[in-house]
Design a protein around this ligand. Structure first.
Ligand code: GAL
Length: 520
């Protein structure tokens, strides 16, 4: 086709949108739900949340879940990724008491999604640990491996007949590194020495044990797939060629720590990480590595314990050696062990999420890196989203999605990476952790001051709907405008159209000016 800038994603490529329980459900005390660390944190650490809000009501999805399914269906989503609140199903976190109302809530949601032809992609754990388990040490107590796998067993027994894609954990790097290194997220504990690394080990083992239970007891019958979602910040060298080596090590910490044990041929921690942490721990006066080692049996349990790679990509950072007195922490500002600092790249675009500059090319790099290091595994993008202001006519988000999908297209077509799907974060505006409701990620907007919590489609949602319908990234303005006519938004003009429209205005003004000049 002459002049066609067609970039079509494969016919079997899946499109989705994501949310997480604490960020949308509300109903924090409803019908026998137990408290989670976030329920506690927002009430005891009000200053930790930018606008001093909380998720007590959030998008009220506990009551408005039918609305969520309705908008998912309006978009034409292939899948909807949501998370189950552990303490809504098991109020204390332990399986002796199953909350029937919680079970019914998720069961109804799953049924309705399936009825609308939308696949439920279920995250078992998205940051909201039952408070009782936290009081027993949470992710730093080895018993959590059993607590989590008992919870997983309950979920399988209830939903495995209908849920075919499971994500055990959301973002180990946030759960272990960011949470314990900053203390600024629930449970509000700052302990940088041991907690992140104990959490590394137990979280991975908990995932693997849950995986093996499914493999043993459900896989033959239901043929589902399981993975864990890793948040990957792509890391590039700062300036100097010597920073290249640092970037490589940075990726071993960022990606390898949570991937090598599962996806590599050898299994276990990445050798570089193991070596650096042992040396650093000895220097600190420990006589062991702060990163606990795996037994051979544990290595075996972990190796191959995922059916696909799930990646959440938002941003790219650069890495450089730390200057005297500088000390960063994983995963946003650097690493004491590497004596390195990370910074936002000068070439990335800012967004309302201060820690998330926009750099779509980093997504393609990430996808190619995963293929290069872990082979031809299927990769599902389980989150990618733009932190914006609360506006309806969100050109920037539309461009964000388009630019990221273009990188996915290139990864598939040029680098031959098996990317099987894309999931936009988020289906609708929600409680964004420390930022509260001050930023908006949603394809659908919610006015949080309005108790009705009406979901209103943004411009970007209608672009996304067109992509889903055609699999074409450069969708026609006509497709978007047909959709938004129904939504009473001003018409959309793509960049090229806007340029030619403004050219026309300039020419008309010029001619008008000449006319007045010569004939007045
Ligand atoms: C991810 C997280 C989500 C959401 C998103 C946007 O790291 O999984 O819960 O908050 O970031 O910041």
């Amino acid at each position: 086709m002459v002049g066609c800038s067609c970039q079509k994603l494969p016919q079997n490529f899946k499109f989705g949108a994501a949310t997480a329980a604490y960020q949308i459900e509300g109903g924090w005390k409803a019908d026998g739900k137990g408290k989670s660390v976030w329920d506690e944190f927002v009430h005891t650490h009000k200053d930790a949340i930018e606008d001093r809000t909380n998720g007590d009501v959030a998008a009220d999805s506990y009551h408005l879940w039918r609305e969520d399914v309705r908008i998912a269906s309006q978009l034409g989503l292939d899948h909807y990724r949501f998370s189950i609140s552990w303490s809504r199903i098991l109020p204390s976190g332990l399986p002796n008491n199953v909350n029937k109302a919680g079970v019914k809530y998720y069961s109804d949601l799953i049924d309705e999604l399936l009825r609308q032809g939308i696949e439920p992609v279920v995250t078992m754990y998205h940051f909201d640990l039952p408070l009782t388990l936290q009081s027993l040490g949470g992710w730093t107590n080895p018993l959590i491996v059993d607590w989590f796998s008992d919870y997983a067993k309950v979920l399988y027994s209830l939903f495995a007949d209908r849920v075919k894609t499971w994500i055990t954990m959301n973002e180990a790097v946030v759960l272990c590194d960011m949470i314990f290194n900053t203390g600024s997220l629930a449970p509000g504990i700052k302990e940088e020495e041991l907690a992140p690394f104990l959490c590394n080990k137990y979280l991975l083992l908990a995932h693997a044990k849950a995986y093996r239970i499914y493999e043993r007891e459900y896989k033959n019958k239901y043929h589902g797939r399981i993975s864990l979602a890793n948040n990957i910040i792509w890391i590039e060298p700062y300036k100097h060629p010597r920073d290249k080596e640092l970037a490589k090590l940075g990726l071993d910490f960022m990606i390898g720590r949570y991937s090598h044990p599962i996806y590599s041929k050898e299994g276990g921690w990445p050798p570089t990480v193991e070596k650096i942490l042992l040396e650093y721990s000895l220097k600190q006066g420990y006589n062991y590595s702060r990163l606990p080692s795996f037994t051979e049996e544990e290595k075996k349990l972990l190796k191959g314990s995922a059916d696909f790679y799930a990646v959440n990509y938002y941003t790219t950072y650069v890495i450089r050696p730390a200057k005297k007195g500088e000390r960063g922490f994983w995963f946003l500002t650097g690493s004491p062990e590497l004596d390195a600092m990370m910074e936002k790249p000068a070439y990335a675009e800012p967004s309302a999420g201060v820690i998330m500059p926009v750099y779509p090319k980093g997504l393609r790099q990430t996808l190619s890196y995963l293929k290069k290091n872990y082979g031809d595994i299927d990769i599902m993008i389980t989150e990618n989203g733009y932190a914006g202001k609360h506006q309806m006519y969100d050109h920037v988000r539309l461009k964000f999605i388009k630019d990221h999908l273009t990188e996915v297209y290139l990864a598939i077509n040029e680098d031959k990476v098996n990317v099987i799907g894309y999931t936009y974060w988020a289906l609708m505006d929600n409680f964004e952790w420390n930022s509260g409701y001050s930023v908006a990620f949603g394809l659908y907007a919610i006015n949080h001051d309005d108790p009705k919590k009406i979901r209103s489609p943004r411009l970007s949602s209608q672009y996304y709907a067109c992509v889903i319908k055609t699999h074409e990234i450069n969708v026609s303005d006509q497709c978007i405008n047909e959709n938004i006519d129904k939504l009473h938004l001003p018409h959309y003009h793509s960049f090229t159209n806007r340029i030619s429209a403004s050219k026309t205005v300039i020419v008309v003004l010029f001619l008008g000016f000449m006319y007045i000049y010569y004939y007045r």
